[in-house]
Design a protein around this ligand. Structure first.
Ligand code: GN1
Ligand code: MG
Length: 369
């Protein structure tokens, strides 16, 4: 297997014992590699980057290096006053000292250290877990807030710029295949109506950015529940993983995505739409955790757009899944036909649930200002 060969290119002691698929990412391929010596074992994460999504792996690794080194330094400096051991993976170099390698087929591989004895849950478990997810995101944003944003490259132009995803949808709908996929089911037609209803509103954060109300900062880009590591021993958060999407952005993209993901206990893949609700008790716990840190760096203008960011990022992910379904599933990996359409349906249902709970959510946001 190629992954086993690649695992052996990285600077790790011992002999390779196993390489097994790990994690449920929608974009890259992830493996757990196990190496052993007579007296010890080293396990690490091996990944094959999806070059169709990340055409510039050196830019991705550049951002990852800047952020991990910066956070490791800050964590060390603050360790004496921390309430726990905070972690963040490090890049494991190749035997030649490179941060990644390109194989003979042009594919890109990299290795990162494993956060051991901790779990990244696919679904939120309870309000304590939700609190930890918010706490971990707030801590991460605080730790990277002093990285000059110009130092980070734009690894994914257009990422989280909602109006741009409308253009992708429109392009896909302009093809014969797109039209036939749209007309193939009542679900697709219904999703399309959900999308059209929000076309005019969807530039709300981008407009605020244009007007100078909101500014670019370093962000994580993908703080969903499955990227928050929870310590198996204590149940507390230890770090956020998956740093591929770290880049300049609005902190709102992160905040909205964290709530989108963590307040829907049914998860992104459920087939039972009746289970999809935005749980406001979980929302309360997340906001409480997040604001513990975010209170120190959010401006009044930032706070003004917090509610909108929750609805927007939920809608945006629905739009991204839907546009990809119409385009023929070219971006998000699928395991069965119609999976991206179902994923879109889940996010649109979540949007409706957010809208009906708007006043409760706004009260929660108010409470933790
Ligand atoms: C993708 O690959 P993964 O699962 O870490 C996507 C995110 C979505 C997420 C939804 C680069 O993340 O933006 O929110 O799926 N990543 C990219 O599960 O597009
Ligand atoms: Mg990701």
């Amino acid at each position: 297997m190629k992954a086993a060969l690649m695992a052996q290119q990285f600077d790790v002691d011992g002999r390779l014992v196993a390489v097994t698929p790990a994690g449920g990412g929608n974009v890259n391929d992830t493996y757990l590699a196990v190496f052993r010596t007579t007296f010890s074992e080293e396990r690490f994460i091996l990944q094959k980057l999806n070059l169709a999504v990340f055409p510039s792996p050196e830019a991705v690794m550049h951002n990852m290096k800047i952020i991990t080194e910066h956070v490791h330094e800050r964590l060390e400096a603050e360790a004496h006053m921390a309430d726990r051991i905070w972690q963040l993976p490090r890049i494991i170099p190749t035997k030649n000292g490179q941060d990644f390698l390109i194989d003979g087929d042009g594919e890109c591989w990299r290795a990162i250290s494993l956060i051991a004895s901790a779990t990244a849950h696919e679904h939120i478990q309870n309000p304590e877990h939700a609190h930890e997810a918010g706490f971990v995101l707030g801590q991460f944003q605080r730790l990277i807030a002093d990285v000059p944003v110009e130092m980070l490259k734009d690894t994914l132009p257009g990422f989280h710029i909602t109006p741009g995803y409308f253009r992708q949808l429109d392009d896909a709908l302009a093809t014969e295949e797109g039209q036939s996929r749209l007309k193939s089911s009542a679900t697709a037609e219904r999703c399309y109506r959900s999308v059209e209803e929000r076309r005019d509103w969807c530039s709300i954060l981008e407009d605020a950015k244009e007007q100078g109300d909101l500014g670019l900062r370093p962000i994580h880009g993908d703080p969903k529940v499955a990227n928050v590591m929870i310590d198996n021993a204590t149940g507390r958060g230890t770090c956020i993983i998956d740093l591929d999407t770290v880049k300049p952005g609005l902190v709102h993209y992160d905040f909205g995505d964290c709530l989108r993901s963590c307040c829907n206990p049914a998860g992104e893949e459920t087939l039972d739409l009746a289970q999809v609700v935005f749980d406001t008790d979980l929302c309360d716990a997340i906001v409480r955790g997040y604001m513990t840190f975010a209170r120190t760096f959010l401006t009044e203008q930032d706070r003004y757009y917090q509610y909108d960011s929750i609805l927007l990022i939920t809608f945006e992910l629905g739009l991204r899944f839907f546009a990809d379904y119409i385009a023929g599933d070219k971006y998000f990996k699928i395991r069965h036909e119609g999976q991206n359409l179902n994923r879109a349906r889940v996010q649109f249902k979540l949007c409706e649930s957010i809208e009906t709970r708007e006043s409760t959510i706004r009260k929660i946001l108010e409470k933790y200002q």
